[in-house]
Design a protein around this ligand. Structure first.
Ligand code: G3H
Ligand code: 13P
Ligand code: ZN
Length: 319
């Protein structure tokens, strides 16, 4: 069942974080639903602008609607990841999205506030929640690459001012993580003390952690042993997910790790089966491996086993 992001956050706040997983195709959707059902977790499906354009946005929406009928017990929100203003309006109007992210983090502060406030006004009229971003993460997203020297942690006082003036429903904070498989190249690390400072200024307000893939070293080694060339990759320590959740982080964004699983499965498959060419053979392995990966993340996020309680909360809030 597709539910409001806000209601999932209410249930998770301070206890656990929802895994927010990006999908682009059918196989990822299948693995995602299986993994969440296996681990009995509520979750968030993220669709980026790039994912909407990869085939046709209607294709992804149809896959998600169909998955919802195959797994009627699944409880999830659908979220636009890193939207620009125009894409936010499109998603709000479509009626399909539970929430949108307006990413104004690259804009000057006042412009980020004005843009976010416009999106919030349009979204709230349609019952859609808005995630905004303040501070600058390092790494790569869509076509934008941010060097570590240009990354900037979220200022806690600014965060309070920003939330009050925009009326946004959750805030993506830059706390030392970055997008992609090459995090923490310099002396960087995840700054839990910064989240704690932000939570002090915004008690009870849902925070979001982007760039949260853990980039498992065994995945990287297996990819490289099967012909890959991923050097000096590193990710977030996943044992930090729960401490972050206790500080108000309700949503943890994971995309890169899923791509690594895909890459490992396909490289190993074609290395070990050079005469095979049926896409369904590695596809089946991927769906099963991705489901296992999702379930393992949900254990670390604390969302595993929360499905029944989250459903009760959703039902009670609908009365
Ligand atoms: O933060 C970006 C997400 O990992 C989505 O990536 O824009 O390449 O789909 P994408
Ligand atoms: P990763 O690149 O660490 O998976 O982060 C994904 C993300 O933040 C999507 O918005
Ligand atoms: Zn992100």
């Amino acid at each position: 069942m597709i539910v409001p992001t806000r209601v999932l956050f209410e249930h998770a706040y301070g206890k656990y974080a929802l895994g927010a997983y990006n999908i682009n195709n059918l196989e990822q959707a299948m693995g995602l639903f299986r993994g969440n059902m296996d681990s009995q977790a509520p979750f968030i499906i993220q669709i980026s602008k790039g994912a909407r354009g990869y085939t046709d946005k209607r294709m992804l929406e149809a896959i998600i609607r169909t998955a919802d009928t195959i797994w009627p017990d699944a409880l999830f929100a659908v979220h636009l990841d890193h939207g620009d203003e125009e894409t936010c309006y499109e998603c709000i109007e479509s009626g399909f999205y539970s929430s949108v992210m307006i990413d104004g983090s690259h804009l000057p502060y006042e412009e980020n506030i004005a843009t976010t406030a416009r999106v919030v006004e349009a979204a709230h009229k349609r019952g859609v929640s808005v995630e905004a971003e303040l501070g600058i993460l390092g790494g790569v997203e869509e076509h934008i690459k941010v060097d570590e020297k240009d990354a900037r942690l979220t200022d806690p006082d600014e965060a309070k001012d920003f939330v009050e003036r925009t009326g946004c429903d959750s805030l993506a904070c830059a706390i030392g993580t970055s997008h992609g498989a090459y995090k923490f190249s310099g002396s960087q690390g995840i700054h839990l003390e910064r989240i704690a400072e932000i939570q002090k200024r915004l008690p009870g307000f849902p925070l979001v952690m982007h760039g949260s893939s853990s980039v498992p070293q065994d995945e990287v080694e297996r990819i490289n042993a099967a012909g890959g060339a991923i050097k000096n990759a590193s990710g977030v320590d996943p044992s930090k997910y729960l401490p972050a959740a206790r500080l108000g982080v309700c949503k943890v964004n994971i995309d890169t790790d899923g791509r690594l699983v895909w890459c490992r499965v396909h490289r190993e498959f074609f290395r070990d089966n050079p005469a095979k060419f049926d896409l369904r053979d590695p596809g089946k392995i991927f769906m099963s491996e991705y489901a296992k990966f999702i379930a393992s993340r949900n254990e670390l996020l604390g969302s595993a086993g929360q499905l029944a309680a989250a459903r009760e909360h959703v039902m009670a809030s609908a009365k």
